[in-house]
Each structure stands twice: as C-alpha cells, then as structure tokens.
Ligand binder design. Structure first.
Ligand code: HEM
Ligand SMILES: [Cu+2]
Length: 559
C-alpha cells in the first residue's frame, strides 16, 4: 500500500505544498539564468538593468523563502504522518495553514512582479533581505506576515498530532522523523519572533505611513535574528532526508539514532544567537557581541561535522551490505544510477564545500575580504542552492510515487538531472567564489570590470564570467529536467502493479534507546536556547532602544 492509499488527505496536502514549491522553483530558476546572463554581459535582451532588482528580489524570495519552505511543509507533513502512523487530526486546520501560506506567498509575489509591469502600482524591489530604508508596497510585508503565521500553524498541526500520539504511547521514544520536525519547529518559533516584530511593528506600519521612520540598525538586527536560523530551516529538511531516507537508498541503515538527535538539539540551541555574523560590517554593534556570535558560529560547525560522519558511515554501511569492498572501493557499489540517491549524495558533497567557504564568511576578520562580493552567492548556492535544493529535487523522485501512487515518468531524464545540476553548480559557484576574491561585487547588474587589470593564477574576469553564464544555463536546464519529470509523473495514469519504492524505514544500527531520555525533553533544550538568545541579543537591543524605539541610530556603545 502506498502512502496515498493509507493517508489520502495528507498525501493531497503534501502534493499541494510541493506544487507551490516547484512553481516557485521554476520562476526562480528562470530569473536566476536571466541574472547570470545579464550580469556577465553574455545576453542582456530579457530585462533592462533597471529591472534587475525586481528580478533579483523575485529570485531570492521565490527560491530562498517559498520554494524551500513550501517543500519543508510538504516533507514534514509526510514525515509526521509516516513516522507516527496516523493521519493529521483535522483537515480544516491543515487547509487553514496551507491556504494562509499560499495566499501570503501570492500577495508577496504579486508585489514583487508588479515591478516588471509599469501599469501595476505595486513595487517591492527590496531584495529578499528587505532592509530599511528600502521600502516595499505594504502588500509585500502583509503577504509575508500571513505566510509566516501559516508556517506557525503548520507547526502547531504537527505538534497536535504528536500530542495525540503521545497520549496513546506514553513512555515510548519519539519517532526520529517527528523528533526532527519538532526540533526544527521549536527553532523556527524562536527565530521568527525577530522577523515578525520587524514586519508587524516596524516595516508594515512604516510602509502604510502610520509611522514616519524606523531604525535601520534595529530592523536589520531583527532581520538577522531570523536570517541565520532560517538557513537551518532550509537545511534541516535536507538533514532529515540524509539521516532517515538516504541510508535506506544506499542499501543500509542509519548508523546512530542518538547522534542524529544530538545534532538537531545542537541546532535548536545554537542557531539563533549567531545572527550578528551577518552584521560584522554594521556600525553600532559592539565588537564583543560580534565576537560572541563568531564563537557560537564556529561551535555550529560541530553538528554539521557530526552529520558528515554519521551520514557517510551509514552510506558506507549500505555499500558494504551491497557487496562493496576496500577502503574506498565500496563507493563503487553505491546506486549512482538511482536519481534519489545520486542527487542527495552529490548535494551532501557540495555541502561540504559550502561549509568550508562558510567558515571564511564566519571569521570576523576574513569576512572583511569577502563581504558583499560575489563570493557570498558562491557560498550559498552550494548550501541552500544545492545541499537543500538538490536534496529536495532528488527525494521528490522517491516521494512522488508514494504521494501519487504513480510510477516515476521519464526515468532517464531523472537519472541525469542531478549530474547536470552538480556540473552547473561546480562551474557557477567556483567562478563566483573566485570573482568575489577579486573584488567583484554581488547584487549589481553592472559589474563593469572589463577595464580592471586583474589576472589570477589561471583565467581572469572573462573566464569567471563565462563559467557563471555556462553554469547558470546548465542549472536552468537541470531545473527544467526536474520539472519535466514531476509534471510527467503527475499527469501519468495510475498504472497497476507495485510501486518500486515504499516508505518503510529500517531501525538505526544504534537505536533511540542508546541515548538518555533527557534528549527527548524539549523543554530543557528550548529553555537553554532562550537563555543564550537573551545573552547574545539582550544588551545590544536594549542599547539600540535607549534613544527611542523608532529613532535611527544608537548612542555610542563602549566596546
Ligand atoms: C537556475 C539556477 C540558479 C541560477 C542560474 C542562479 C543564479 C544566481 C545569480 C547569478 C545570483 C547573483 C546575482 C547578483 O548578486 O547580482 C543569484 C543570487 C541568489 N540566488 Fe541564485 N541561482 C540559481 C538557483 C538558486 C537556488 C536554487 C536558490 C535557493 C534555493 C538561489 C538563491 C539565491 C539567493 C538567495 C540569491 C541572493 C539574492 C540577493 O542578493 O538578494 N539561487 N543567483
Ligand atoms: Cu548566518
């Protein structure tokens, strides 16, 4: 029996969330290739340079916020239902959060796209970081707020299922997938408080003309209070896949369930008190607090290194089950022609590279070199743009049959797709990193560097540009291949016979009972997370507010 037969309502919600997510992926990828060709001067016929910020805002918001998070809400709905083995409790509640998210995204999307059509009075060319003093049309902020509340209710829906499960299964360990969903959502509730206050107290009233000015430093700080943890909201669904599904695809079992739980708890505790690492260059924030954020950031490498260890160990276990031999030779025994496995594994590999460039970003002093250069998009196209995005696409090849009851169509296209994305990203991201080191800025349609006398060890500005343009085009092709498989499968007839995939997940080699029970006590971990946030953010925010809530600037702060 497929998931769709056991839980038809949940399967429908998962399909709808994925549908919105993939629509966003398509528009975002189209905007991506337009940017890549425009700013490298390879082809400028799609847009004028004055429209570049509209396209860039669309690219950032549609991909980083909507593609990723609609995928997350779909995947987590599947994960909770699948691992608790019970349907969601109330379909009207589930529909409420989905419709809030969908309408919120629609409002925000219309506000952005209005920038491309002169006749429409809406504009929101504020980029996905929507900093003051740049101002968007109120429906941009209102849409984001409605969408955000929708995500909160989605979390409430999953928690409700959990509490019902708990009342019937007291004393049992929380199933791993549900544990991961809960840890992620607790982090989300904590982190989104910052952006909710930013939008509702400051930006929305300001765009409506209710208040006349806002403090850019305060609102930027509230944004990054949310803006770093949001990266874990992108990443946790990928980790969820790597820990709970990838070992099965490799032919084995998860190496350690306790380690997986510890990793998620570390993210819950550490992911919020680090936001100042995006503001190393901002004046008005005491250096000591930047240093604290840097130290916490470096601690955050630990859960990712633990993940690398556990996931690789699980894959190796799988390969040896399949007859793999030798110190490295076992890798040949892996199912590289299975698109779900290949995509998720290549994504993990790129994440390792992204982690290394992230360490450079995180260093207080090294950051000065790369800040606001093309290095930064180079970094996050490896992380969110591949570790998350490619994992999401890959696992769709495995989930889609289960939520539709149909066999995957165009299997050949699906098999090459992860490799196309991987190759495209290798070119684009490598060139972006190197261009950034050469000082080429991000977020500009006119990086006029052809007259700059810059030559690197190999290649130069012309070569960077070519790699970015070719890489960007391959990535767009990768997105189109993916969408062809999805649309083809959705439209196919439901054939007879067994599906080739199922959602059964074998228990870990080291199971949950090998960890102390306190691991499952989220009250303790949430309390620690809140204390760390108060320590990291309390004193600077109090000082920003000391000259008035809406007054820009802050009095000098002793370092
Ligand atoms: C077809 C694939 C893609 C291409 C060709 C592409 C290309 C680009 C380029 C060239 C930029 C830099 C623009 C500039 O700074 O002037 C950019 C920025 C960005 N990309 Fe992509 N990208 C792709 C996919 C993705 C994906 C999958 C994500 C996330 C899930 C993503 C997230 C972002 C974000 C957040 C920015 C920064 C926007 C800003 O600075 O406000 N991109 N992309
Ligand atoms: Cu960060």
């Amino acid at each position: 029996m497929a998931f769709v037969d056991d839980y038809p309502d949940a399967a429908q919600i998962v399909r709808l969330n994925f549908g919105v997510s993939f629509l966003m992926l398509f528009v975002g990828a189209l905007f991506g290739v337009i940017q890549a060709l425009h700013r490298t001067n390879v082809f400028r016929g799609f847009i004028s340079s004055t429209q570049y910020y509209t396209v860039l805002t669309g690219h950032g918001v549609f991909l980083a916020l909507f593609f990723t998070i609609f995928f997350l809400t779909g995947l987590f709905t599947w994960g909770v239902v699948n691992s608790l083995e019970r349907p969601l409790s109330s379909s009207s509640f589930t529909w409420t959060w989905f419709l809030m998210m969908a309408f919120g995204a629609l409002f925000t999307g219309v506000a952005i796209l209005g920038g491309l059509v002169p006749a429409i009075p809406f504009k929101a060319n504020v980029l996905y970081t929507f900093y003051a003093p740049m101002k968007a049309h109120p429906i941009f902020y209102a849409g984001l707020a409605i969408w955000l509340v929708g995500t909160w209710l989605a979390g409430a829906d999953w928690f409700r299922s959990f509490f019902q499960w708990r009342s019937e299964n007291s004393g049992e360990r929380i199933p791993l997938q549900t544990f991961m969903v809960m840890a992620t959502m607790l982090m989300w509730y904590l982190a989104t408080l910052g952006v909710a206050v930013e939008i509702l107290v400051f930006l929305l009233p300001w765009s409506l003309g209710i208040i006349s000015q806002v403090d850019p430093l305060l609102t930027r700080t509230l944004f990054w209070f949310f803006g770093h943890p949001v990266v874990y909201f992108w990443l946790m669904p990928a980790y969820f896949v790597w820990y709970t599904i990838l070992p099965k695809l490799a032919g084995g079992r998860l190496f350690s369930d306790p380690l997986a739980r510890v990793v998620f708890i570390l993210f819950l505790i550490l992911s919020t008190p680090v936001g100042f690492h995006h503001q190393y260059m901002d004046p008005g924030i005491p250096e000591g607090f930047k240093f604290l954020a840097m130290s916490n950031t470096m601690f955050l490498l630990l859960p990712s290194l633990l993940t690398a260890f556990t996931v690789v160990a699980s894959i190796e276990h799988g390969a040896r089950q399949r007859g793999g031999k030798g110190r490295l030779g076992w890798m040949r025994a892996l199912p590289w022609d299975n698109p779900a496995f290949a995509g998720a594994t290549l994504a993990g590999l790129m994440f390792a590279a992204g982690g290394f460039s992230g360490m450079v970003n995180a260093g207080l002093n090294l950051n000065y070199l790369v800040h606001n250069t093309l290095w930064v998009p180079g970094h996050f196209h490896l992380t969110v743009g591949t570790a998350s995005a490619l994992t999401f696409m890959a696992i769709t090849y495995w989930l889609l049959p289960q939520i539709t009851g149909k066999r995957l169509q165009f299997y050949g296209l699906a098999t090459v797709q992860p490799y196309v994305w991987f190759l495209g990203m290798t070119l684009m991201s490598n060139a972006m990193h190197r261009a950034g080191l050469a000082g080429v800025p991000r977020r500009t349609a006119e990086p006029q560097y052809q007259n700059v006398d810059f030559s690197s060890v190999i290649g130069g500005v012309a070569e960077f540009r070519m790699q970015i343009a070719v890489g960007g085009t391959l990535l767009f092709l990768g997105a189109v291949l993916f969408l062809a498989v999805v649309v083809g499968t959705m439209m196919a007839e439901r054939g007879r016979g067994q599906l080739r995939v199922n959602g059964d997940i074998k228990p870990a080699l080291s199971g949950p009972d090998d960890s102390p029970r306190i691991i499952d006590d989220f009250r303790v971990w949430t309390a620690i997370a809140v204390v760390l946030v108060v320590l990291a953010y309390g004193p600077p925010i109090v000082s920003f507010l000391s000259n008035g809530v809406f007054a820009p600037g802050s009095p000098p702060i002793p370092v």
